[in-house]
Ligand binder design. Sequence first.
Ligand code: SF4
Length: 260
Amino acid sequence: MTSQTTHHHTPLPNFHSTQRGRIHSIETCGAVDGPGIRYVIFTQGCLLRCQYCHNPDTRDPTSGQEVTVDELIDDIKTYRSYLTYSGGGVTISGGEPLLQPEFVREIFRRCRELDIHTALDTSGFPDFEASKPVLDYVDLVLLDIKSFDPAIYHQVTSVAIEPTLHFARHLSATQHPTWIRFVLVPGLTDDLANVEGLAQFISTLKNVEKVEVLPFHQMGEYKWKELGFTYQLSHTNPPTPTQVSTVKTIFRQHGLNIDD
Ligand code: SF4
């Protein structure tokens, strides 16, 4: 979702039989999308158009591969002890998982039955009422808030921020453990008033365990070219360590927990 990891077309297990949802790829030993070692399912389809997206090939909801929940769960079971031993679990990312709420809810429900930790990586943008039932089986939400200033948010994503803020407030009201993720892009999201506003907003939430500041990097650019899309950040450099530390300090000053 934040897509600061580039997923390649890793060979998928031999899925077959009836179809239930569309995925882009899976990663069986993810280490960045939640605690421990994660089995990460990247779903197909996204409504946002983030300028820094590393996986623009997840946009098209009709692309990717159709799989059934049974097939995914059978595969997850083979990694179960390894996931559990590392304090990890299953993460569903994308693309945008909440565009396929029933499919995603059922995967999480089945993981719960197996006592496997579940994490949902989302922008919080899709239809709220359709998304809410998914949360019944989510242990941790990784919520990407890609900016706070509405104009900057729109510039980054091409969509409005309000659905995401509404989703964030709901997670707070229902006490869903949440990590907030923010990608720091020099010249795009690094405006200090924007960061300050985001930190202030997050500090009003009662469920946020930590904030992750993810430094922008360009690794997905080749995919944009392959798809014939115009990549606007070709000349943007990653933030310097000083820029990252300045932004982290702002979050800390609002009492938020943040990794070094
Ligand atoms: S929300 Fe969608 S467009 Fe934005 S980074 Fe994630 S997958 Fe890419």
